[in-house]
Design a protein. Sequence first.
Length: 339
Amino acid sequence: MMKYIYHICLSFLMLSIACVDTGQDENYDESELLMLLDEDDAAGLDGFGDGGLMDMDYDSGLEYGGLPRILGDTLGYGEGYRIRFGRQITDRERTVDFTVDGDTAIGVVNYTVSGVFMAQAMDTSTMEAIDSIGFSKEFSSTMTRKVKYARIDNSNSPDGYSWRIIALTPLIGGSGDKVSITSVEVYDAELNAAGGFTLTGDLLYSFSSDEIGDHFINRETLPTFTSFDAVIAKVSVENTGPEYTIDSVGVGEWVVLHYGRSAAQRGRRRLNDLGISIDSVANDNVHSGFWRVHGPGIGHSSRVFRSFFSTIDLATLFTEDGGYNSVTWSIPYRSQRPE
């Protein structure tokens, strides 16, 4: 069960003759700001975990309407095994620190997430587990984001105003310091003459490590995708080494894209750095992959979801006492039906 711990830090210029009324306003503001955060579909962590072992690419409870999906190859690229893995969250705590300055408020949201990462390799000829590549490992990650609020006039409120979330930064963080993300880019995927997809479409959005912690995304203009379109995600990473690889190409980390809005509506796609499919150069630390955007859900024309771009170091992951090194950037987005 999620545990919430709230640390509220409000800064006001107060008149002594109004100290009682101001204190009442502070308590009301705190309650409203937290309620808005809890109710906002763009915030939160749901969709981050897998709930247990899963195929490399999977989805559950998302709307595709029978359309064919572009899936990555879950095989070990000719090396004779199929890997299933998953991140099972067992506990999470949230702290929120608010600073209020007149008609503007900033909330700094911090999560501590604990759980178990598990992996299992299956021999593709016998479909039996390969014990030497099967394991589970506990992990704990810290993640943070900033949320910006504005106080607006509201004649229906007893106080004459109310608060609204107007922007938020990506949720970023992880465990360890061996791997990092330097940029995330998402492009349109366009058909070529042969009927396949090629990276010639427009850049839809991008984020870089230079600005990620203070990059506020306007709440009313979140990144928006047309439902059922195909897009291409490219994630650039750094790995300080030494690197351990489980294939002949020599790639030392996994990069995956989680997406969803709840435990019942979520999915995952692996991005690859193997020089195959849409990835043009093997082991250049740029992981690429297709993603068929799901629909907003039956009965909805548009709805907000959350994406989680994660890189996981293999050298420490597949070593019993090597810890757990992973970094995640979470970016909210909107799935919207075609007009």
